[in-house]
Write a protein that binds this ligand. Structure first.
Ligand SMILES: Nc1ncnc2c1ncn2[C@@H]1O[C@H](COP(=O)(O)OP(=O)(O)OP(=O)(O)O)[C@@H](O)[C@H]1O
Ligand SMILES: [Mg+2]
Length: 433
């Protein structure tokens, strides 16, 4: 907002108010406002002039919708509005003039959006949800003070490979060892183990968020998330098995956005099935950690996930973590696995039953419970690599700084993919197609 919004002594502000000239628009607006949890009676009959009049004697709402239809000089009236509005008010104008120049001028004078009549429910809902996000976002976007944020999605190539072990360990290491404010979002809604690994109850936070995405804001995050340590907050669920997941994914995106404002690190435990329904979940993710074991099925699915990531999340840096690696070798060797996926494994975590048992007994994450030993060290290396990504903002090579793994991406153009296993997998894919 660049309008000279007046500073006022008022402290209590309504979440929303509207001044709309015609009944038809009010009839569309009121239910949407109710749905967002605001008072429909704050949708007043009237136009911009009425808004200016009322707001000169009362405090302005967080979000204000004003109708320009009856205004002879919208820009002059908007300036009059600026005089009586409080700082940070997000103003949405409504009108019937379809003129790009007017639209630009309005945006230039600090209006957040301009909606053309006749109003539709969907258009109103989108505009209001967006306005709410703008209102709750930090107001100063000074790049020098802007917090860096790394969002990491951890995806298992197959079930049980240890994706949640990696996700919870990373979140713990960021928050405890590095004192970075961290959010852990467990999107395994029915069977998630994020809370369990930290010896916590999941609570209702994530379920509430899914049911009421419009309620998600800074305050919601503060109240709904479960504290695991001074710097780690988690959001997870243990949804009843007979309750299907009913969401269009809006809640997840909103959560990601809020986390970006409130934390330095976000770790998302992302079951691979979620990629199918909610591909946009990775839109703002910086690092994707693909956890896999060294089996034929996992090789096939790692190939498929990597290919999906290339098409759908090419901006994100990808790390491949082979977990549960047996000293005696796996179902397929590391070299064969790398050949078939046509890139190097960045980190290998040995199979360590003792370490897993120790973590389970203590009710701690694998990374926390195992400070000595190779498995714990490998997990710490992964954490360092992800933290190294802080310095990378141009989508170039991920920072494997501090880690002992191969540089991700360095394996482009590998010739190894042409070996027997690659052919075998290709045949299998073909047969399945
Ligand atoms: N390196 C390891 N050595 C031994 N056990 C391990 C190792 N990593 C993970 N485990 C164990 O394997 C089991 C599965 O791990 P985890 O729940 O993290 O897998 P997941 O990929 O998230 O599974 P799901 O598909 O059910 O979400 C857990 O009991 C965990 O303790
Ligand atoms: Mg899991």
């Amino acid at each position: 907002m660049n309008a000279p919004w007046k500073v006022s002594g008022h402290t209590t502000r309504d979440a929303f108010a509207a001044y709309i000239c015609d009944d038809a628009s009010l009839a569309v607006l009121r239910p949407v406002v109710g749905e967002l949890g605001w008072a429909p009676e704050k949708c007043n009959k009237g136009g911009l002039r009425n808004a200016v009049q009322s707001l000169s004697i009362t405090s302005s709402p967080n979000i204000l919708m004003v109708d320009l239809s009856e205004s002879g000089d919208p820009l002059a009236d908007i300036n009059a509005l600026a005089e009586v509005c409080e700082p940070g008010t997000v103003v949405i104008a409504v009108g019937q003039v379809n003129d790009v120049r007017l639209y630009r001028d309005l945006l230039g004078s600090g209006i957040h959006d301009y909606l053309l009549k006749p109003l539709s429910e969907g258009q109103l809902r989108d505009a209001l949800v967006q306005a709410q996000a703008i209102f709750s976002a930090p107001k100063h976007h000074d790049p020098a003070t802007a917090k860096k944020h790394i969002s990491t999605a951890v995806i298992g190539s197959r079930g049980g490979v240890g994706a949640s072990m990696v996700a919870t360990s990373l979140a713990w290491l960021f928050s405890n060892d590095h004192k970075q404010p961290t959010a852990l979002l467990d999107l395994d809604i029915h069977f998630g183990t994020g809370a369990l690994a930290l010896d916590l109850e999941p609570g209702r936070g994530l379920t509430d968020a899914i049911e009421n995405p419009s309620r998600i804001d800074g305050l919601f995050i503060e109240r709904a998330m479960i504290r695991a340590n001074d710097n780690l907050s988690i959001l997870s669920a243990e949804a009843p098995i007979n309750t299907p997941l009913m969401t269009d994914g809006a809640a997840f995106l909103q959560l990601e956005e809020e986390f970006r404002q409130a934390f330095e690190m976000t770790v998302i435990d992302l079951p691979r099935n979620m990629l199918i329904n909610f591909p946009h979940l990775l839109a703002d993710v910086n690092v994707v950690v693909v956890v896999t074991d060294l089996t034929l099925a996992a090789a096939r699915d790692t190939i498929r996930i990597l290919s999906w990531l290339k098409s759908n999340a090419s901006h994100a840096q990808t790390l491949i973590v082979a977990n549960k690696c047996h000293a005696s070798g796996g179902e397929i060797s590391k070299a064969d696995f790398e050949a078939s996926i046509e890139r190097k494994i960045n980190y290998s975590v040995p199979y360590d039953l003792k370490a897993a048992t120790h973590a389970a007994k203590l009710g701690q994450t694998f990374g926390e419970a195992n400070r000595s030993g190779k498995a714990g060290a490998a997990v710490r290396d992964i954490a360092e690599a992800v933290r190294g990504a802080t310095d990378v903002e141009d989508g170039s090579e991920p920072g494997a700084k501090g880690g002992k793994g191969a540089k991700p991406g360095a394996e482009k153009g590998s010739l190894l993919g042409k070996i027997k296993l690659g052919k075998l997998l290709a045949k299998k894919e073909k047969a399945g197609a």
